[in-house]
Ligand binder design. Structure first.
Ligand code: SIN
Length: 496
């Protein structure tokens, strides 16, 4: 593989990475975008259902809703940046540049409502908004810009020296090489692969967070892992049933057929997401199951994509069996208003970044928006730096191939620990035991990484590092807040 240099190197091709690449390209920078995905649906953006929130005429109320959903922990300055730039970013990129046709009604946009929003303010395309944004965005970047996009190309390690990042070691077709960059923008998405049930694509192994943390970048709010209350788990996998369905009038019922959410929160099914997720978990434990009853709404005509998904997975309507699943990491690489991390020339945007907008709990339909707003800002700030070459790290591959089963077995163990001890409910004992298990597991993986270079091994290393960061941050937060919820005792033992 040829060694390469580029002004701006973006890692990741979800909405945040694409927005950063677009902005840097518009600024006249030479931009390279690498993504380990080889299909659009391998980025979380493609999977997004509900939509993208905008301010309409009331940015203050939108800011208020974000702060309240976060239990008062979101950073007000970051929230102000988001709501101030929201409508312009959506108009500029999604409407004027990509021509996304959001659903309309007789009065203009058909704004949707989701949990903890004071008013309907969510632009959507059916409940499959992500793919209606992601596909045209990928096409636009490929066809209409000078951005060089390398897919099926994984970032393995940052090239750094004394607090500055000079680019990334990448792997393509089993070979690796440095790409030197004036600035590097990480947009690697979430961490769903750390949990057995997640609404993310399989490749969400937290690579950007792990690489940044290994290079010495600050991370923040890692304990705040958001679980979505209404996911469907079938033999073929997990899929999300958007909060928009509850926004339209879908009702949660327990195994006795009773509606239970009014007993948990005044906003019932539209309570903050962490409250609903814990209630669904508790009712499942007590009554055997929870269903989302869609009989009060015109489900098939209002949600044709979800209807098709239910049909494909053999889920019969109108009572959809649901359970919580890992959905979004509110924390990540600590960044400022421009996506600048604590390391020089390293930026982070999207789910792998912690801008402070979400605090301890993210408000629905703000993740695509955050990716767009911070993507634009970081793409701008990342331009204008000279490319410098330094000695690249030496990656080795001198031992025989890793046994096929190694990564699979370790991932299985890691997910079990995260699910049992670092999930929706945590206890101090469980968190401390989980760290012991995760440290051992990371030690085993590190031993292999010293002599072998392979994508699955690096993904496993990323997962182990990020799991440890989450467990450690959770154990340092000794009171419940937002999606970090402590119970008194460990009710399950961690198995080694
Ligand atoms: C959903 O459609 O329920 C998910 C929206 C989000 O996570 O913001």
């Amino acid at each position: 593989m040829d060694r390469k240099r580029t002004d701006v190197l973006v890692v990741g091709a979800g909405i945040a990475g694409l927005a950063a690449a677009l902005k840097a390209d518009r600024q006249g920078a030479d931009v390279t975008l690498v993504t380990k995905a080889s299909r659009p649906e391998a980025a979380s953006t493609w999977w997004a259902q509900g939509g993208i929130a905008v301010t309409r005429d009331d940015p203050d109320q939108f800011a208020q809703d974000i702060l309240e959903a976060s239990a008062g922990t979101a950073d007000p300055d970051a929230v102000e940046t988001l709501v101030t730039e929201a409508d312009d970013a959506v108009r500029d990129i999604l409407v004027d540049t990509l021509g996304v046709e959001f659903d309309t009604n007789g009065d203009g946009f058909d704004y949707g409502k989701e949990a903890a929003h004071d008013e309907p303010r969510i632009l959507h395309v059916d409940a499959a908004t992500g793919k209606h944004i992601h596909v045209p965005f990928l096409n636009y970047i490929t066809d209409e810009t000078d951005v060089e996009m390398l897919d099926d190309t994984a970032a393995l390690e940052l090239i750094r020296h004394e607090g500055r990042v000079y680019g990334v070691m990448i792997e393509q077709d089993g070979e690796w090489a440095p790409i030197f960059a004036g600035a590097t923008v990480l947009a690697t998405g979430g961490i769903g692969a750390l949990y057995p049930r997640s609404t993310n694509p399989d490749g969400a192994t937290g690579d950007g967070i792990a690489m940044a943390a290994l290079a010495g970048a600050d991370v923040a709010d890692m304990e705040y892992v958001q679980f979505h209350p209404t996911a469907v788990h079938t033999e073929e996998g997990t899929f999300l049933v958007s909060e928009a369905v509850r926004g339209e009038g879908g009702i949660l019922r327990n195994g006795d057929g009773d509606r239970f959410m009014p007993e948990y929160h005044a906003d019932a099914e539209l309570a903050p997401r962490d409250v609903v997720a814990r209630a669904v978990k508790a009712e499942r434990a007590e009554t055997g199951e929870v269903v989302l009853d869609v009989s009060p709404i015109e489900f098939e005509s209002e949600f044709p994509d979800l209807t098709a998904k239910c049909n494909d997975h053999g889920v019969s309507l109108p009572e959809i069996p649901v359970a919580p699943a890992e959905h979004f990491l509110c924390g990540g690489i600590d960044v400022d208003r421009d996506g600048q991390s604590s390391l020089d020339r390293l930026f982070a945007v999207g789910e792998c970044a912690c801008t402070g907008v979400h605090g301890a709990n993210r408000l629905a339909s703000t993740s695509l928006l955050e990716g767009l707003v911070w993507g634009r800002r970081a793409g701008d700030a990342a331009t204008g730096h000279a490319v410098e070459r330094i000695e690249a790290p030496e990656l080795l591959d001198r031992d025989p191939a890793l046994p096929d089963t190694f990564a699979r077995e370790k991932f299985h163990r890691l997910r079990r620990v995260m699910d049992e001890q670092v999930g929706i409910e945590r206890s101090p004992e469980g968190l401390s035991r989980s760290q012991a298990v995760l440290r051992r597991l990371k030690g085993e993986v590190d031993a292999y990484v010293r002599t072998r270079t392979s994508r699955p091994l690096y993904e496993l290393r990323s997962a182990a590092i990020v799991s440890l960061l989450i467990a450690r941050a959770a154990s340092e937060r000794d009171e419940s807040v937002g999606c970090h919820y402590l119970v008194d005792q460990a009710d399950a033992l961690v198995s080694d």
